[in-house]
Design a protein around this ligand. Structure first.
Ligand SMILES: NC(=O)c1ccc[n+]([C@@H]2O[C@H](COP(=O)([O-])OP(=O)(O)OC[C@H]3O[C@@H](n4cnc5c(N)ncnc54)[C@H](OP(=O)(O)O)[C@@H]3O)[C@@H](O)[C@H]2O)c1
Length: 291
């Protein structure tokens, strides 16, 4: 499928070009992102179908499972096509209760980078995001310096273990601090039609050729629910999820999508949303959605 059916392409600073509709691999692990999937064959099929349909941007982390998601990506897709960009993230591990504690000392980050290299089966990671925030809900921005952990990743980039760097769960000041240490090609934050607030950041990243990748485009663990979304979808003869994805693509050219799913059928639906045009009255209605 040509990239124009995937929302077109975007070229980030650093020269990485990807289709704007990508895939997020977190749902490939077991329930609550822990252990093996219910159906490993389906998980492999999701990845292979995504690539067959033209997806060339996959988001992952070695703490999904842990290790499970990366191992399934390797089983399904290695040896990797040159044009595929796999983005992973570091800065957390899993504890025995399935929690996601921070792990950001230079030694911890180095060991996470090596685990990603081994489980993905590559000699260098395409893009590594440092996951910075957390807070009470685990996914919100927390102000503070990222100099030590990002500096450790910049060092590993110089060593050739990492090709490009990004940051996740960050504010504008943290992006700027990261950029003073090493080039940043992508930013990944919580953002969707019902969870806004990053519009200025998206615009300033666009001006610098930095991609903005919203996580939880469909609401993640708390699926998006909105009467307005339902009404707009009905009017357009599509699903609320397709409208939510099309809305994100409409925001700015540097917004790249990584909806997650464990199902080939859902994957196909999500990819099809990249061709959905939202008329002005639909966009106006969607602007009335509140968190
Ligand atoms: N940087 C970070 O801190 C961070 C945090 C969270 C996530 N992420 C990344 O963001 C990606 C996307 O987030 P996410 O997967 O958590 O949430 P999401 O994309 O917002 O939603 C995924 C959920 O929606 C369901 N779904 C997907 N497509 C559907 C469809 N067409 N119809 C019905 N249900 C559908 C999935 O279930 P099914 O499996 O049944 O389809 C799953 O429960 C992740 O894969 C991960 O790579 C990053």
């Amino acid at each position: 499928m040509a990239a124009n059916n995937l929302g077109g392409t975007y070229t980030m600073t650093g020269g990485i070009t990807v289709a704007r509709m990508g895939y997020g691999a977190m749902q490939l692990a077991g329930p609550r992102v822990w252990g093996p999937p219910k159906d490993r064959a389906e998980a492999v099929a999701v990845l292979r179908t995504a690539v067959e349909l033209g997806v060339d941007h996959i988001d992952t982390a070695d703490f999904y499972g842990p290790h499970v998601t990366n191992q399934i990506i390797k089983e399904a897709l290695a040896p990797y096509a040159d044009e595929l960009t796999v983005v992973t993230k570091v800065g957390s591990v899993r504890d025995e209760n399935g929690g996601w504690p921070h792990a950001r000392s230079p030694e911890q980050l180095r060991s996470q980078v090596h685990e990603n290299l081994t489980n993905l089966g590559v000699e260098a990671l395409d893009v590594v995001n440092l996951r910075v925030g957390g807070g009470a809900d685990g996914h919100s921005v927390v102000a503070g310096s990222l100099a030590e952990p990002f500096g450790a990743l910049a060092e590993m980039r110089k060593e050739g273990l990492i090709k490009h760097l990004g940051v996740s769960v960050v504010d504008a000041a943290q992006v700027a601090e990261a950029q003073s240490i090493a080039p940043v090609v992508t930013v990944q934050n919580w953002y969707n039609v019902a969870h806004r607030g990053d519009e200025q950041l998206i615009e300033s990243l666009a001006a610098q050729g930095i991609s903005y990748v919203p996580f939880w485009p469909l609401g993640g663990f708390n699926p998006l629910q909105s009467g307005i979304l339902d009404t707009v979808a009905k009017r357009l003869g599509t699903s609320p999820k397709a409208v939510a994805l099309a809305w994100l693509l409409h925001q700015a050219p540097n917004v790249l999508l990584i909806p997650g799913t464990s199902s080939v059928a859902h994957l196909r639906e999500n990819i099809a949303a990249a061709t959905l045009e939202l008329p002005a009255d639909a966009l106006a209605d969607l602007d009335r959605i509140t968190a």
